[in-house]
Design a protein around this ligand. Structure first.
Ligand SMILES: NC(=O)c1ccc[n+]([C@@H]2O[C@H](COP(=O)([O-])OP(=O)(O)OC[C@H]3O[C@@H](n4cnc5c(N)ncnc54)[C@H](O)[C@@H]3O)[C@@H](O)[C@H]2O)c1
Length: 277
């Protein structure tokens, strides 16, 4: 029997990148999937976000792995939209056992005092408050199920240490670790485990875009990925420029399984040694 056979996983930011990879990996492990994404661009984000076509492609990949997939378009800033996605999950599968709260955005800032208020607020609204709203929307259904469960919330190495260039992202990613630790206390009586994953840079459109390259090479007018690569590589102890999403999915696959039944309240670096550097 596959290790997540009979489980239902609710995954945000599932149209592409890490969220899609988590959906496919957990399906390969035996789970049915509720794949959720905003499927629209967001103001202040300097690269396009996931699309409805990409979310539909995630569903096809889950089905190709032999599991069922329900898709919902929802902005994690909206409790109403998240509530509709939870209702869809209950109607389709009857339960939610696993929450992978992964949706997020990135934008840069030259320094903390030059950052404009809208860019700060949008970041906090999605990368911190949106993660809380996702938990708030899903947890009552997990508790009602009465069979325990597992939650991962995606932080970052930048939730464990700081760099320059993205104070709002750094603040939100530190904040979700507080959310994780609190939820671990609150949900332990229900046998629901809650952990953060903290990846170093991962190969996704959040990294492979011009604004991110400029963060690493502010001296160049139009830097390319090749220009940014030495700086990206220098973040890590191990020789890697960007991990692949599957590396993070493998950690989540373990964290949400019974193999990690006594692991809760941790912030797990998956980081090529970045936080040790
Ligand atoms: N890529 C990295 O280097 C890296 C490193 C550490 C942590 N992270 C975090 O990993 C998570 C996944 O990022 P990724 O690398 O796959 O990037 P990505 O941009 O490829 O994927 C993010 C997904 O989240 C969706 N999304 C964004 N805002 C949303 C909202 N308000 N509501 C619903 N969905 C929304 C996007 O449409 C997109 O499909 C994010 O939380 C990110 O902060 C990324």
């Amino acid at each position: 029997m596959s290790k997540l056979e009979g489980k239902v996983a609710f995954i945000t930011g599932a149209a592409r990148g890490q969220g899609r990879s988590h959906a496919v990996r957990l399906a390969e492990d035996g789970a049915d999937i509720v794949a959720v994404d905003v499927c629209a661009d967001v103001e202040t984000v300097p690269y396009p976000l996931g699309t409805a076509d990409e979310l539909a492609e995630t569903a096809k990949l889950v089905e190709a792995a032999g599991r069922r997939c329900a898709t919902a378009t929802a902005d994690i800033r909206s409790l109403e939209q998240l509530g509709a996605a939870v209702d869809l999950a209950k109607e389709t599968f009857g339960q939610i056992d696993i929450l992978v709260s992964n949706a997020g955005i990135w934008s840069g800032s030259s320094d903390s005092w030059s950052l404009d208020e809208e860019t700060w607020q949008t970041m906090i609204d999605i990368n911190l408050t949106g993660q809380w709203k996702t938990a708030k929307a899903v947890i009552p259904t997990m508790i009602e199920g009465g069979t325990g469960g597992a939650i991962t919330i995606t932080s970052s190495t930048i939730g464990l240490k700081a760099t320059t260039g993205n104070v709002h992202y750094t603040s939100a990613k530190h904040g979700v670790i507080g959310l994780v630790r609190t939820l671990a206390h609150e949900l332990a009586p229900h046998n629901i485990r809650v952990n953060a994953v903290c990846p170093t840079t991962v190969n996704s459109p959040m990294i492979t875009n011009d604004a991110l390259y400029s963060l690493f090479r502010p001296d160049l007018e139009s830097p390319s990925l090749a220009d940014a690569e030495p700086g990206l590589n220098d973040l890590n102890l191990l020789d890697v420029t960007m991990m692949e999403p599957a590396e993070v999915s493998a950690a989540i696959s373990w964290l949400v399984s019974d193999d990690a039944r006594y692991v809760t309240g941790i912030a797990l670096p998956i980081d090529a040694g970045s936080t040790a550097k």
